[in-house]
Write a protein that binds this ligand. Structure first.
Ligand code: NIG
Ligand code: FE
Length: 445
């Protein structure tokens, strides 16, 4: 690694000193001898759809320069014109690849406790809906949430974030929705705000007051919907605690009419929708999401021709959560059909204690190709650029593009990028840089 001349004690010309100091202030990192720089995109490409998803523009034998928090430039090694002394850090990536960090656009990673007891119930044959009806599932987390302290929630969630960073995640969306009453929802959102303030991971917050109907409103769910609309949304928006609004629009949870009312109220307060839809049935969730110009509609196990048609006439990102479908033994969304029809596709982890207790995006990528027959290129686009789009970050993240945030990872020595989904179960990430800061380097060696 090049030592910065600023630390050389004597005899250093002042102008050079000042120049170097300016570079240092900017934090200049050079990554050289990159075997392959993956998902290199021109500015302005904010998502990929249909056949384009099978393209993954990459540069062999490349270098990349980070300046401050941004990607300053990159190119082929043989065309590089830099002077190594101008950098604070020089990383020799010989044999390793550089990817844009994963953008995980759907998680519930602020939660009070894990729910492995329900996992046993599931193994014994109970369905997700049966567990929910018995007061398990989301309601179980909601009971624990009311007791949980903000400090503990924050500590536990930060630990989960630190873990997903080691797998290469650089941006994550986190939902509330285990509060199900105003104060507890506000508590969750304050925890997410504190995570935003203290993490180098880019975080987006989603208000999900309409995650489940609390038992006390079972006989009159509309009364709970009124509370979401009249009490929760104004407070959440008033304290600027959420970027997006979500509703679990599905059989046994919230109806299309209720979703419609909630999204309308959210929109009046500037909250763009990102909703849970069509996980349990052809619920109409996709269409109501499209109607409100949702940034994404997520889950999508029950997606037929009508739903595909509706999505094709929209800017909404269809998002599939392989971890939840796998863990719950659901049918799999017809992803091949959706991409072949020309749709874009995003994959996210759905990291939560009930239906997807993992935020490992490398595993999600592998599930994408093994369970949904996504090509490696399609899967990588789904976990990077389209993930960034699904969380409103495509201008800043999701690809190797000049001017985008320098949040990326360096792999271990891997033969090809196809190896990333193929060699599932082991961590292929060696080093992680978030917003220009080296977060993890060679810790698995
Ligand atoms: O995305 N589908 C609804 N909500 C979550 C599950 C949350 C839970 O069970 O705790 C999901 O899978
Ligand atoms: Fe979810």
């Amino acid at each position: 690694m090049a030592k910065n001349p600023i630390f050389k004690p004597a005899g250093f010309p002042t102008s050079r000193f000042i120049g170097t100091f300016a570079y240092m202030m900017k934090n200049r990192i050079l990554i050289k001898n990159i075997k392959q720089l993956v998902n290199v995109r021109d500015e302005g490409i904010l998502k990929v759809a249909g056949k384009e998803m099978a393209g993954l523009p990459s540069i062999q034998n490349a270098y990349l320069v980070v300046e401050g928090e941004k990607i300053a430039t990159f190119g082929k090694m043989e065309e590089a014109g830099y002077n190594e002394n101008e950098f604070d850090r020089v990383i020799d990536a010989g044999g390793k690849m550089v990817f844009p960090a994963w953008c995980d656009s759907h998680t519930h990673l602020v939660f009070p406790k894990t729910r492995e007891i329900e996992y046993i119930d599931k193994i014994k044959g109970l369905s997700y809906e049966e567990i929910a009806k018995r007061g398990g599932g989301i309601l179980n987390s909601a009971r624990m949430m009311r007791e949980a302290s903000e400090e503990q929630l924050y500590e536990d969630a930060m630990q989960r974030i630190d873990e997903i960073v080691t797998y290469g995640t650089g941006a994550v969306e986190i939902k509330s929705g285990y509060g199900l009453e105003t104060e507890a929802e506000m508590k969750m959102l304050r925890v997410i705000r504190k995570l935003k303030e203290n993490s180098d991971v880019e975080i987006k917050a989603t208000f999900l007051g309409a995650h489940s109907i609390p038992p006390e409103y079972k006989s009159d769910p509309d009364e709970y919907v009124d509370i979401v609309i009249n009490e929760m949304i104004p407070r959440v928006a008033g304290e600027d605690l959420a970027d997006y609004i979500d509703v679990f629009c599905d059989r046994g949870f919230f109806s299309v009419e209720q979703t419609d009312r909630i999204l309308m109220a959210g929109l009046k307060h500037g909250l763009i929708p990102k909703i849970h839809a069509n996980e349990l049935d052809y619920s109409g969730g996709i269409q109501v999401g499209v109607k409100y110009d949702a940034l994404s509609v997520d889950h999508l196990e029950y997606t037929g021709d009508e739903e595909i048609e509706s999505l094709l006439n929209s800017e909404t990102m269809p998002t599939v959560l392989p971890g939840a479908a796998f863990f719950l033994g659901m049918i799999y969304a017809p992803v091949r059909k959706m991409i072949d029809a020309g749709l874009p596709l995003c994959l996210a982890s759905d990291f939560n204690p009930g239906s997807s207790p993992s935020g490992n995006m490398q595993l999600i990528l592998s599930m994408g190709s093994i369970l949904y027959r996504l090509l490696p290129e399609e899967g990588i686009n789904a976990c990077t650029l389209n993930g960034a789009y699904a969380m409103g970050l495509a201008e800043e993240m999701g690809s190797i593009t000049k001017g985008k945030t320098a949040s990326l990872f360096i792999t271990k020595e891997i033969p090809t990028y196809e190896f990333m989904p193929y060699y599932y179960g082991s961590n292929k990430v060696d080093s992680v840089i978030l917003k220009g800061k080296i977060i993890k380097q060679n810790i698995n060696r």
